[in-house]
Structures are given as structure tokens and as C-alpha cells.
Design a protein around this ligand. Structure first.
Ligand code: HEM
Ligand code: HEM
Length: 138
């Protein structure tokens, strides 16, 4: 039973990372359009927002599951693994991309390059966290 529950965080994170990747792809089509490439469809911006907002939320919620699972299901001290620290950095990158994204959405910032870089790094670090998490699988 506990073993099955311990799959919760990895499965949830895999779904969250997939969503984040789709958000990144939608963001990159906006970026290409802005830089003179093929124009994305009219709903491309709202598609990016529809994917990115739940992705950031899912990463944040799923993150909490890691240390909770570590403590309650495995009886191990949380934040004792490289995965946890790469995960923390990943969370910070998603939060920064999300906060800046919100400012872009509201027209309070024009820092699209910085947002795109933070978003790209967030997805890359999430992939690194996923790889570092493999050795912890039940
Ligand atoms: C999964 C996290 C995210 C990733 C990977 C991501 C990625 C990107 C990328 C690559 C762009 C294109 C930037 C450019 O034109 O150079 C973009 C644009 C944008 N993103 Fe995100 N983003 C994320 C989260 C968010 C969130 C949470 C919001 C809002 C709350 C947001 C709002 C925006 C807005 C408003 C734009 C500009 C759209 C436009 O040019 O009209 N993003 N994003
Ligand atoms: C598909 C990708 C991922 C896999 C396969 C995975 C796997 C795991 C596993 C097996 C554990 C141990 C849970 C337990 O012992 O019951 C864990 C813990 C944890 N995970 Fe993940 N994870 C993934 C993605 C992420 C991401 C993207 C983050 C951060 C945003 C993250 C943050 C954490 C944290 C903070 C812990 C607690 C580790 C500790 O306290 O030492 N994980 N993960």
C-alpha cells in the first residue's frame, strides 16, 4: 500500500513536466512570431496561458508531495538528496517565470526575453530533477 502511494509524487511530477513542456512549446511559437517568424494563431497567447498557469501550480503542489512522502512513507529525513535540491531550484525557476509571466499578462512588464529564459531553464532543470529522482523510485 505504502509502496503504491510512493508512486504518487513521481507520477504527478511526470504529468506536471509534460504540461510545462507543452506550455514552453506554446510560448516558443509566440516568441518565433514576435521575432519575425511564422505568425502563431490568434489564440496562441491564451493557449500559452491556459497551459502555463496549471503547469506552474502543478509543479508547486507536486513539489510539496516529495518531502512529505519522504518523511511519512519512507521515514527518511527530507532534503537529504540531490534530487530535493535540484527540485528546489526548479521550483524557484518556475515561480520566477510565473511571476514575470503574470506581469507580462497584465502589461506591467515587457521583459519577454527574461521570461522565456526563465521558462526554458525551469523546464530544463525539471528534466534534470526527474533524472535525479529515478534512483529514489520505490
Ligand atoms: C511553464 C512555465 C512557462 C514557460 C515555460 C513559459 C514560456 C514562455 C515563452 C517561451 C514565451 C515567449 C517569450 C518571447 O516572446 O520571447 C512566453 C510568453 C509569455 N508568457 Fe510564458 N511561460 C511560462 C509561464 C507563464 C505564466 C504562468 C504566465 C502568466 C501567468 C505567462 C505569461 C506569458 C505572457 C503574457 C507572454 C507574452 C505573450 C505575448 O507576447 O503576447 N507565462 N512564455
Ligand atoms: C518525473 C520526475 C520525478 C520523479 C521520477 C521523482 C521521483 C521522486 C521520488 C521517488 C521521491 C522520493 C519519494 C519517497 O521517498 O516516497 C522524490 C522526492 C522528492 N521530489 Fe521528486 N521526482 C520527480 C520530479 C520532481 C520535481 C520536478 C521536483 C521539484 C520541482 C521534485 C521534488 C522532490 C522533492 C523536494 C522530494 C523530497 C526529496 C527529499 O526530501 O530528499 N521532484 N521524487
Amino acid at each position: 500500500m505504502l509502496r503504491a502511494l510512493a508512486w504518487g509524487h513521481p507520477a504527478f511530477m511526470l504529468a506536471s513536466i509534460t504540461l510545462a513542456f507543452l506550455a514552453l512549446r506554446a510560448g516558443m511559437s509566440l516568441r518565433r512570431g514576435r521575432r519575425g517568424g511564422p505568425r502563431p494563431g490568434r489564440d496562441a497567447r491564451s493557449r500559452h496561458l491556459r497551459l502555463a498557469k496549471p503547469a506552474v501550480l502543478a509543479v508547486a503542489v507536486g513539489f510539496v508531495g516529495g518531502p512529505v512522502s519522504m518523511a511519512l512513507l519512507r521515514g527518511r529525513e527530507p532534503f537529504g538528496t540531490a534530487h530535493a535540491w535540484i527540485g528546489l531550484l526548479t521550483l524557484a525557476l518556475f515561480a520566477s517565470a510565473g511571476l514575470l509571466g503574470r506581469r507580462l499578462e497584465q502589461g506591467r512588464s515587457q521583459a519577454r526575453d527574461a521570461h522565456a529564459l526563465l521558462g526554458l531553464l525551469a523546464v530544463l532543470f525539471a528534466t534534470a530533477a526527474a533524472m535525479a529522482g529515478l534512483v529514489l523510485l520505490p
